[in-house]
Design a protein around this ligand. Structure first.
Ligand SMILES: Cc1cc2nc3c(=O)[nH]c(=O)nc-3n(C[C@H](O)[C@H](O)[C@H](O)COP(=O)(O)OP(=O)(O)OC[C@H]3O[C@@H](n4cnc5c(N)ncnc54)[C@H](O)[C@@H]3O)c2cc1C
Length: 506
């Protein structure tokens, strides 16, 4: 139970962003209460022993870190580390495959040459990602400050070609102008489609917004492995918040927020509590319900997450690469440019795609600490699969989608995946799949949307306040993924909501 009847700030939800906000506000001397619906904190950033009797702590939902600024880990003194993956990606094709080895441009060039028959796409790749890298260096530091105007951000980017490619024209136009090969184009496009149901030429530029956040993290665009799994970040944040004096109450679902603009009352399972500010880590869709307003249209999540534990890594049809390298980075399956478009069209029409695109990655190759020592010693490994173009509208076909997705994986393996799956204490294979509806039920993601709503460009618009966290109630702020520049494991909206509160008080 909360210790007080009123707080400077009550935070609705103990996802990682709610915890970031709590830690900043408590460190600034504010009284802070976090009310979390579930019996644990972390939301979509948690580690779980998903298989009975098996001591493997899987990152059950989110699994890689890019967007968490160093500033937040430093400010909060977090005991949390990430590890870089040397292999950026591997994409099988026939009995070969495309390897992007960030430690060896020469090896990457050779691989491009084998797959595409020339150096052209490799050189285009170097130029294209050189451009995104420069944009990352300039844009990423702005994410933890007040929102720049569109013109202000354009000045910061200071590169008309990059601005047009990323902020003005459908990404498909650039991808097709820059790259020739269908497979290379597809590998580039995947970053525009993660958790986002869209296509290369979408005139709304939803694909560009998704792509931007996937290439600017940390000022490099690298996606790193959270040491100890994603739960290690949440645990470090909860520790930091508590150490600064924040109270965290779990099993406390908030049911209503009433405010006169300066003082609020928060009702939750267990009672009512007063608050000067209410910071909402739940989605904007849920917030409308808490305020008694008509909710906005529910967003639609578009992915299937599959967690697995393997007795051993499977052998590949491509004998030219060690599976320990191929699975260490992002392993793309059925993700050529044309395959992505076909799968989008099939899913948009309500059908399970014939060749569902997905990407997989093995956490334990880079960080075996999530496995009990005896499992690691026996050579067990985790395998994470993130399926694209699996919108909520297909959730009732989850089994068929899983089967079709795993068939695409099997097609590039030299042995069936099922032969490699470990078994739990009851003799069942260690595999679980989460559809958007599962995510809505378990984590509260609206429609299973992993970013709470569609991502927005990181600049001000008519509907945004100074920090991108404001609502039309002056003392109710969004501190979760649904804020402008929210989405992903970043802590950024939590930081920004805390800054907005502290600024109001000045
Ligand atoms: C399968 C999957 C894979 C992903 N992979 C990645 C990845 O690899 N890297 C990455 O950066 N991002 C990834 N994401 C996205 C990322 O996990 C989320 O965008 C991010 O975790 C959102 O954090 P949050 O704290 O804003 O919200 P959430 O994590 O959604 O937390 C919100 C919290 O609020 C609580 N809550 C909701 N309503 C109430 C209420 N009424 N009362 C009390 N509490 C309430 C919820 O229980 C939850 O704990 C992934 C997401 C999913 C689902």
């Amino acid at each position: 139970m909360p210790l007080r009847t009123s707080y400077d700030a009550v935070i609705v939800g103990g996802g990682h962003n709610g915890l970031v906000a709590a830690a900043y506000l408590a460190r600034a001397g504010r009284s802070v209460l976090v009310l979390e619906r579930l019996d644990h904190t972390g939301g979509a950033a948690v580690s779980t022993r998903a298989f009975p009797g098996v001591d493997a702590r899987l990152s059950r939902y989110s699994y890689l870190v890019s967007l968490l600024p160093r500033k937040i880990t430093d400010d909060l003194g977090l005991r949390f580390a990430v590890r870089r993956r040397r292999i950026s990606s591997y994409t099988p094709k026939g009995d070969g495959g495309l390897l992007v080895d960030s430690g060896s441009p020469a090896r990457t060039r050779e691989s491009f040459l084998r797959i595409t028959g020339s150096d052209r796409d490799f050189e285009a790749w170097q130029r294209f990602y050189g451009m995104t890298q420069r944009v990352a260096e300039r844009v990423f530091p702005t994410l933890t400050g007040p929102l720049p105007s569109r013109a202000g951000l354009e000045r910061i980017v200071d590169d008309p070609v990059a601005w047009e490619a990323l902020f003005e024209r459908p990404l498909g136009e650039t991808v097709e102008a820059v790259f020739d090969d269908d497979l290379i184009r597809g590998v580039v496009l995947t970053d525009a489609l993660i958790g986002t149901f869209t296509y290369a030429h979408d005139p709304s530029l939803l694909q560009n917004r998704c792509f931007l956040y996937h290439v600017i993290g940390g000022g490099t665009g690298d996606w790193d492995v959270p040491v100890g799994g994603m739960g290690a970040l949440t645990d470090a944040l909860a520790d930091a918040a508590r150490a600064a004096g924040a109270e965290i109450v779990t099993g406390a679902e908030v049911t209503a927020v009433e405010t006169d603009g300066t003082q609020a009352e928060v009702s939750y399972a267990g009672g009512r509590v007063g608050a000067r500010h209410v910071l909402v880590n739940a989605s904007p869709h849920a917030l409308a319900g808490l305020l008694g307003e008509a909710p906005p249209a529910k967003p639609e999540g578009a992915q299937m997450k599959v967690n697995m534990l393997l007795r051993r890594l499977p052998r590949l049809r491509d004998t030219g690469i060690d599976p320990r390298e191929a699975f260490a980075g992002t392993f793309h399956i059925a993700e050529s440019y044309s395959q992505l478009q076909t799968a989008y069209e099939e899913a948009a029409a309500g059908a399970v795609p014939a060749t569902p695109p997905s990407e997989i990655y093995c956490h334990s190759l880079t960080d075996p600490s999530i496995l009990a020592p005896d499992l690691a010693a026996q050579g067990l490994h985790t395998l994470t699969l993130f399926g694209l173009h699996a919108p909520a509208r297909l959730s009732s076909s989850k089994d068929a989608l899983l089967k079709a997705t795993l068939a695409q994986l099997d097609a590039v393996l030299a042995e069936p995946l099922t032969d490699c799956l470990a078994e739990d204490a009851d003799g069942r294979p260690c595999i679980e799949a989460k559809s958007p509806l599962d995510l809505e039920r378990e984590v509260g993601l609206p429609g299973g949307h992993i970013f709470h709503r569609d991502l927005a460009f990181p600049y001000a618009s008519e509907s945004t306040g100074r920090w991108g966290v404001e609502t039309d109630r002056p003392n109710v702020l969004i501190c979760g993924a649904g804020a402008v520049r929210g989405g992903g494991v970043s802590g950024i909206p939590g930081h920004n909501a805390a800054m907005a509160v502290l600024e109001q008080a000045m």
